[in-house]
Ligand binder design. Structure first.
Ligand code: ADP
Length: 444
C-alpha cells in the first residue's frame, strides 16, 4: 500500500519531466541549427530568443566539449570543458535524459547534439532541480504512512480483541470439560457471545445438566433400592436370630417366625421383580408392539382382582365401551391395569368401592381407576410417579407395596406414546387415568 502509489507517482513525474525537458532542449537545438560552428557570441545571440522556463542551468558546448554558453551567473563555466556524461553522449550523437529523486528533489538532466550538415558541432545540456513536485510527493508519502500506521494499529487492536474473545470461550470450555470429566457435574462453562464456540459451550452446558440429573437420579435410585432391600433382609436376620437364640422355643412361635420370614422373602422377590422390570424399561429395549384389544385383558385382571377385593370387602366394578385397541404388548397392558387396580383396592375406604372404566375417546383409549379412599395430598401428586415415592410409608409397606408400582405404570405407558395422570375426585378418593394412542383395526 505504501510503495505502490509512490513508485507510480514517481514514474509519472519522471515521464512528464522527460517530455518537458527534452522538448525544451529540442527548441534550443532548433534555434542553434543554422550555425556552422558554435562560439560564445553566436550562441548567446541565438539563445537570447529562447525562453528558458523553469530551467536551473543550460550549457552549450562546441564539438570538443568546451562550454560556450552557461546560464549560471555566479561561477559561470564558459571556457571550461564540460565533463558531464550526458554532454559526452550528446557529442557522440545521442539524445540523453536522466532523472532521479533524491534528498527531497527531482534532478533531471537532458542533452542533445547540435548538428550542421549532419556533423555534430556541439551539444545542449539542460538541468532542472525541482523541489515543488518532490514536496507534493513527500506529502503523499507522509499521508500514506500515517494512514498505514492508523490501519495497522486498528488491525492490531481488533486482532487482539477478537482472538482474546475467541480463546477466552475455548479455554472456559476446556476447563469445564476437564472439571466435568473429573466428576464435578455441577460445573458449567461461563460462555458469552453467540458465535459457534459459544453455541458449543451452551450445548455442553445443557448436556452437563442432563448428565447431572441422570447421575443424581441414579444415585438416589441405588440408595433407595439398597434401603428397600435392607429392610426385609434385616427382618429375616432378626427373625432367624430369634429362633436360633431362644431356648426351648415352642413349635407355634417357630411357625409364626418362619411364616414372617417367608413373607419378608416374598417382599424381597417382589422388589427385585419390580426393579428388574424398571431396568428393562430403562434399557430402552422394548418388545415389538402388536395391536392389543384392551378389553379382554381388563376382564382377565378383573376376574383375578375380584377375589382380592372380596377378601378386603371392596366393591370392584368395571364398565367398557368402544373399540379399544392399542399398539403395545398384552403383558404391558396387564401390568398397568393390575398395578392401578391393586393400588385402588389397597388404598380404598373402609367400605371400599373401586370403579374401573375403559373407553375410546377420539384417538385415545382411556382407562380410569377410581376409588373412595383418602385420596392423595395435592402436594404429593406431582411426585407420585417417582421411584420409591410413597405418601404414607408405613401404610404402603404394611400393604405390601414396593413404592415402584406407579413408576412402572408411568414408564410402561409413556414408552408407547401414552400418558398417565393422578387426581383427586371431588366426592373423595383418587382417580388415575392412563391413555394410549388408539390404533384401529383387527387385534392380533
Ligand atoms: P406402593 O407400592 O407403595 O403402592 P406405588 O408406586 O404403587 O407404590 O404408589 C406410590 C404411592 O402412591 C403409594 O405409596 C401411595 O401412598 C400412593 N397411592 C397410590 N395409589 C393410591 C390410591 N389409589 N389412593 C391413594 N394413594 C395412592
Amino acid at each position: 500500500m505504501n510503495t505502490y502509489p509512490l513508485v507510480v507517482s514517481q514514474d509519472l513525474v519522471f515521464r512528464s519531466k522527460a517530455t518537458s525537458l527534452q522538448s525544451s532542449v529540442s527548441v534550443m537545438v532548433y534555434s542553434l541549427s543554422g550555425l556552422d560552428r558554435l562560439n560564445a557570441e553566436n550562441v548567446s545571440a541565438a539563445m537570447a530568443v529562447v525562453e528558458e522556463t523553469g530551467m536551473s542551468r543550460i550549457l552549450v558546448t562546441d564539438n570538443a566539449g568546451k562550454i560556450v554558453y552557461d546560464t549560471r551567473e555566479t561561477g559561470s563555466a564558459v571556457g571550461e570543458y564540460a565533463v558531464y556524461t550526458e554532454v559526452v553522449q550528446a557529442l557522440l550523437g545521442y539524445d540523453v535524459f536522466t532523472c532521479n529523486y533524491q534528498g527531497g528533489a527531482f534532478r533531471s538532466r537532458a542533452s542533445s547534439p547540435v548538428l550542421f550538415r549532419n556533423q555534430v558541432i556541439g551539444a545542449v545540456y539542460a538541468y532542472e532541480y525541482d523541489t515543488e513536485q518532490a514536496a507534493l510527493l513527500a506529502g503523499l508519502q507522509n499521508n500514506l504512512l500515517r494512514m498505514s500506521a492508523i490501519i495497522g494499529v486498528v488491525a492490531l487492536v481488533l486482532t487482539q480483541v477478537l482472538s482474546r474473545a475467541l480463546t477466552r470461550n475455548i479455554s472456559q470450555l476446556l476447563t469445564a470439560i476437564r472439571q466435568v470429566r473429573e466428576g464435578a457435574y455441577s460445573h458449567r462453562a461461563e460462555i458469552s457471545g453467540k458465535d459457534e464456540i459459544a453455541q458449543i459451550g451452551h450445548e455442553f452446558n445443557s448436556l452437563t445438566d442432563r448428565l447431572q440429573k441422570t447421575e443424581n437420579s441414579r444415585r438416589r435410585f441405588v440408595s433407595d433400592a439398597s434401603h428397600e432391600l435392607k429392610t426385609p433382609l434385616a427382618g429375616i436376620r432378626l427373625l432367624s436370630d430369634s429362633i436360633l437364640q431362644t431356648e426351648n422355643i415352642d413349635l407355634e412361635t417357630t411357625r409364626e417366625f418362619v411364616a414372617d420370614i417367608g413373607s419378608e422373602a416374598e417382599r424381597l422377590s417382589r422388589i427385585t421383580e419390580d426393579l428388574l422390570r424398571l431396568t428393562r424399561l430403562d434399557s430402552g429395549i422394548l418388545e415389538p408392539p402388536t395391536r392389543v384389544d384392551v378389553l379382554p385383558v381388563l376382564e382377565q385382571v378383573m376376574r383375578m382382582m375380584t377375589l382380592v377385593a372380596q377378601e378386603k370387602q371392596v366393591d370392584l366394578t368395571y364398565d367398557a365401551s368402544g373399540e379399544c385397541t392399542v399398539m403395545a404388548t398384552r403383558d404391558e397392558i396387564h401390568q398397568v391395569i393390575y398395578n392401578l387396580t391393586d393400588n385402588a383396592v389397597k388404598y380404598s375406604g373402609k367400605v371400599g368401592a373401586v370403579q374401573v372404566s375403559l373407553h375410546r375417546r377420539e384417538n385415545w383409549v382411556e382407562l380410569t381407576v377410581a376409588d373412595n379412599g383418602p385420596g392423595i395430598p395435592e402436594a404429593d401428586i406431582p411426585r407420585i410417579f417417582e421411584r420409591f415415592y410413597r405418601v404414607d410409608k408405613a401404610r404402603s409397606r404394611a400393604a405390601g407395596g414396593t413404592g415402584l408400582g406407579l413408576s412402572i405404570v408411568s414408564d410402561t405407558v409413556c414408552k408407547r406414546g401414552g400418558t398417565v395422570e393422578a387426581a383427586n375426585r371431588p366426592e373423595g378418593g383418587a382417580v388415575f387415568t392412563a391413555r394410549w394412542p388408539w390404533k384401529g383395526g383387527e387385534a392380533q
